[in-house]
Design a protein around this ligand. Structure first.
Ligand code: MIC
Ligand code: SF4
Length: 749
């Protein structure tokens, strides 16, 4: 099978089963259907019996594809190897994008990455060859951009081991970010089990114009819904406003649905989708999709009376929407560019920008770069240059070659930009910076999607602000956060005051894309050996986790209590740690190093209960592991926000964590904990969080009888010996209880 694209036969068979399954759903529901329901339930393993109870029950689905990126694929494939299958049951791909460090520019950075990560790339390539997986090597592009260009199709369902997988929702796909263990299930021919999501409708009225771009829509949505507002929900966009947004613009919006915790986000298929499919060489899919608009759009009744069919509806008027900028440290701290100046002064953010970065999986399309290049071209005509280092990461080799051909890269280089490899680079902390010292406070602006502390350059004092590529270029030319490109002027070399005009650019290349499969390898036919050197410090074969024993849940030690935001970047940061993503023991040395522990002063520190010393949390976890101490981690709201990296669940599991008890969880992380055999619990009474002290001993009672929907009782034993019982909830289904008892989902296969 050609694994470089989605074959039309696959799309045909999906439309056939969607037709049948949607008919069954209509009969069962008896109401008009949203688009999300059509595609999601259209992929139900058994549409006649799947629960329709949103936000409560779990359901089994049959995705059409799986995609994995290099940093998560290692663990996914190590687990898949344990499953003993010959080939993957559904078409799957691996994309090498996260491991390439940005330093001097594309060519030399790629060379360095190929040397530094040779062992890992060889492993991923050989495992892909062996198991029938399409392999996109380093430099070929960022997973989500490549998926959009090659694989996404309207009406399809896919899962990907990366939280920004919902990018493909821009082309009408239900595309969900998962941990590696979920991907392993699907690759092994089992269903994908997830909570039946609620439905949030976003009605877009008016149309985009001037400086405002799709990024501003999602930044606005993030402001309204906050980082946890989309948890266990699909966000469906509708309304006339959707029709003025290009497919890649729609993908920017669905991509960043991850920032509000949404299961995924989706747009209806329309003429922009057709143009995109044609332009990316998939006219066959465009023609077929055009005949099946019934499957690829919501029912008219839903559009007429959305409040009746969505659990929540928000409305955004694109005519009045201004460019927005969010940050620092969280993607939902938003304000318009006009209000930024005041905010910067009030909060004393470093006013000078130290670096500006555009690109990433979120904003690296032909249109994005074209609009950025427009501004650059204008500025260059006046002899202006970016006042700060400016970096560009193209999303794929196909797009890079096209923007180079059409002169856009040159436009950007003319104002001083450095073009980096087609990879994640600074977005994931793969950024070697010589200009800023560790601990130095500074402000950066990017068109990326994440801005957690230390995310981009490993420095927690870097304040990271996010806006559209056009906003970032505008600010780079001004050099300061208080430069409002909508109204302020720049002074050119002759002393003239220049205003920047709003950018204009084509959505798609007139001359078509420079089609290239550079870096892609089809899976081979013959025998392939996948070798893991037992001495390697990059890769380590997995040893199954031990099964449940109730004694382990008695008198557990409290390792830490996270105070405030605790994302997966706090639990298991990326950056330099990405090199150990295939080695559970080595990567466990980063466990919790970014966590603000309520019991100590400095981030990443805790008090070792074995000798009362203040130590780095990963070292405490290691000593508990070695001494056989069972422990529990306590957390605040939206614990595990952010990435899909299952290392954030596997590391604590490996080190002897039994329970994670929090006020609330982010979806993917909770699922990952369950998969790996850790019991995720939420306080029934959120104030009980305050009851937990460092020296307490925690017992979960009667776990042998754990059953769906029945809260567990936790006994907190204080140092004086007195105990207090509280209640906590779990969301394990019957099947998930089996995983828990077996020690992990993988053990129960
Ligand atoms: C991210 O954006 O945080 C990442 C890096 O792409 C992660 C995946 C990972 O940690 O490998 C994600 O979003 O899931
Ligand atoms: Fe890569 Fe950044 Fe996109 Fe994650 S968000 S896939 S790190 S570019």
């Amino acid at each position: 099978m050609d694994l470089s694209r989605t074959p039309i036969e696959l799309v045909e068979s999906v439309y056939k089963s969607l037709t049948e399954n949607i008919a069954t759903l209509r009969e069962r529901k008896g109401t008009p259907l949203t688009l999300a329901e059509k595609i999601l339930f259209g992929h139900a393993k058994d549409p006649s019996s799947i629960s329709l109870e949103k936000g409560e029950d779990y359901g089994d689905f049959a995705p059409d594809r799986v995609a994995m990126q290099d940093a998560t694929a290692q663990m996914a494939l190590l687990q898949f190897m344990q499953a003993g299958m010959e080939k993957t049951a559904v078409p799957s791909t691996v994309h090498c994008d996260h491991l390439i460090q940005a330093y001097e520019g594309a060519t030399s950075d790629l060379e360095v990455a190929n040397k530094t990560h040779k062992e890992v790339f060889d492993f991923l390539r050989s495992a892909s060859q062996k198991y029938g997986i399409g392999f996109w090597g380093p430099g070929a592009g960022i997973i989500h951009q490549v998926v959009l260009e090659q694989y996404a199709f309207p009406g399809g369902m896919m899962i990907g081991t990366d939280s920004h997988t919902p990018n493909a929702g821009g082309l009408g796909m239900v595309a969900i970010g998962v941990g590696g263990a979920d991907a392993v299930d699907v690759m092994a021919g089992m269903p994908f089990n997830t909570k039946i999501p609620k439905l949030i409708g976003v009605k877009l009225t008016g149309s985009l114009s001037g400086w405002t771009s799709p990024k501003d829509i999602i930044l606005k949505v993030a402001e309204i819904l906050t980082v946890k507002g989309g948890t266990n929900a699909i966000v469906e966009y509708f309304g006339e406003g959707t029709t003025s947004i290009s497919t890649t613009g729609k993908a920017t919006i669905t991509n960043m649905g991850a920032e509000i915790g949404a299961t995924c986000s989706i747009f209806p298929f329309d003429s922009k989708g057709q143009d995109y499919l044609v332009s990316t060489g998939r006219s066959d899919i465009a023609e077929l999709a055009e005949t099946r608009m019934d499957l690829l759009t919501a029912d008219q009744e839903v559009l007429d009376e959305p409040e009746k069919y969505f659990d929540q509806v928000i409305e955004i008027d694109l005519d009045t929407l201004e460019p927005h900028i969010v940050g620092p440290h969280t993607p939902d701290l938003a304000r318009s560019i006009t209000d930024l100046k005041e905010d910067v002064e009030e909060n004393e953010y470093p006013i000078k920008i130290s670096s500006a970065l555009i690109g990433s999986c979120t904003n690296s399309s032909y249109e994005d770069i074209g609009r950025a290049a427009f501004i650059a071209r204008e500025a260059a005509k006046h002899g202006l240059k970016a006042k700060v280092p400016l970096m560009v990461t193209p999303g794929s080799e196909q797009t890079r070659a096209t923007i180079e051909r059409d002169g856009y890269l040159k436009d950007l280089e003319d104002i001083g930009a450095t073009v980096l490899a087609n990879a994640c680079g600074p977005c994931i902390g793969q950024w070697k910076r010589d200009d800023i010292k560790e601990g130095e406070s500074n402000s950066i602006v990017s068109s990326f999607n994440r801005n957690f502390p230390a995310r981009n350059d490993g420095n927690a004092e870097t304040l990271s602000f996010i806006g559209s590529p056009e906003t970032v270029i505008g600010l780079a030319l001004g050099g300061r956060l208080d430069f409002n490109f909508l109204s302020d002027t720049l002074t050119d070399k002759d002393g003239n005051e220049i205003s920047l005009s709003p950018p204009v650019a084509d959505e798609l290349p007139d001359a078509g894309f420079e089609t290239t499969l550079e870096g892609f390898i089809q899976p081979g036919e013959g025998e392939v050996d996948v070798v893991i050197d037992p001495e390697s410090n990059r890769l380590q074969a997995l040893v199954p986790f031990t099964p449940f024993e109730s004694d382990n849940y008695h008198s557990m030690t409290v390792l830490m209590k996270a105070n405030g935001k605790c994302t997966t970047d706090h639990i298991s940061p990326a950056g330099k740690w990405l090199q150990y993503r295939g080695h559970l023991e080595n990567i466990s040395q980063n466990l919790f190093i970014g966590v603000n522990n309520a019991f100590t002063e400095n981030a990443g520190e805790g008090i070792n209960q074995l000798d009362n010393s203040v130590m780095p949390l990963p070292d405490i976890a290691k000593s508990y592991h070695e001494e056989g101490v069972n422990w529990i981690a306590v957390g605040d709201e939206n614990y595990g926000e952010g990435s899909s990296r299952e290392h954030a669940a596997m590391e604590p599991r490996f080190r002897g964590c039994k329970v994670v008890l929090v006020k609330s969880f982010a979806r993917i992380h909770e699922a990952n904990l369950k998969k790996q055999g850790i019991l995720p619990l939420t306080f029934e009474n959120k104030e009980d969080y305050d009851l937990i002290d460092q020296e307490d001993k925690i017992t979960i009672k009667n776990l042998e009888e754990i059953a769906p929907d029945v809260p567990v009782v936790i006994s907190i034993e204080k140092t004086g010996g007195e105990t207090k019982d509280i209640k906590a909830n779990h969301s394990l289904s019957d099947e998930q209880i089996e995983w828990f008892k077996a020690g992990s989902a993988l053990n129960s296969i």
